[in-house]
Design a protein around this ligand. Structure first.
Ligand code: ZN
Length: 212
């Protein structure tokens, strides 16, 4: 059984997720930890729970989702799993970072480029991948249908959808991604977004103003 721990990090209030199971292996998705106390909060949880991090994963590479990449990759000696085209996203939003006075670090060198046919495994668990562009050029969602959970990045939020005004964003593409990849799931599928509270496919199907 996959368990999910959510952290809210950095000035963009970004959700960082740690997924683990009974084997204690875990993966860290979209680490936004930037300040030292945020890095300590993540480290403390992992050591208190005696977890063994095995992968670093990005849904997409807007700065708020990757601010902790270097820290996580070097602290636990992890390979980064990401879509190759998200390097474009990373490079094209680095000017933001400057605007917010944030120092951008190099993306970790050890990278595994992934797409829809691949799986993310840890312990006894596995996540499938949905290719869901529109918020960024190659956003990915990571999901497990039988356990009814999806880490959705900034594709779908409780009552909203990702913004589409940044480089690589496209409104029609995003709506199409949500309708053809996410709304095909059952109502009880839980969505863990990159910002704000978790929701379900049932709730969003019924009341999300962008999907009516
Ligand atoms: Zn984003």
């Amino acid at each position: 059984m996959i368990e999910i721990k959510q952290f809210v990090f950095n000035e963009f209030e970004e959700n960082t997720y740690v997924l683990f199971d009974e084997t204690k292996e875990c993966i860290i998705i979209d680490p936004g930890c930037y300040k030292v106390h945020e890095q300590q909060e993540l480290s403390k949880f992992i050591s208190d729970m005696q977890l063994i991090p095995v992968k670093l994963v990005n849904t997409h590479c807007h700065i708020d989702h990757v601010l902790g990449n270097s820290f996580v990759a070097s602290k636990w000696n992890l390979e980064l799993f990401m879509h190759k085209e998200e390097l474009y996203t990373y490079n094209s939003t680095s000017s933001w970072a400057h605007m917010f006075g944030i120092v951008m670090e190099q993306m970790p060198d050890r990278r595994m480029y992934i797409n829809e046919k691949d799986k993310i495994t840890f312990g006894a668990s596995m996540l499938d991948i949905a290719y869901t562009p529109g918020h960024s050029v190659a956003s990915l969602c990571f999901y497990n249908l039988s356990e009814h959970l999806c880490i959705a990045g900034d594709v779908l939020f409780a009552g909203s959808i990702g913004r589409t005004d940044l480089p690589g964003g496209n409104f029609d593409t995003l709506i199409n991604s949500i309708k053809t990849k996410l709304l095909i799931w059952p109502d009880e599928m839980r969505i863990y977004p990159g910002h704000g509270p978790a929701t379900t496919i049932g709730k969003e199907r019924k009341s999300n103003p962008f999907l009516q």
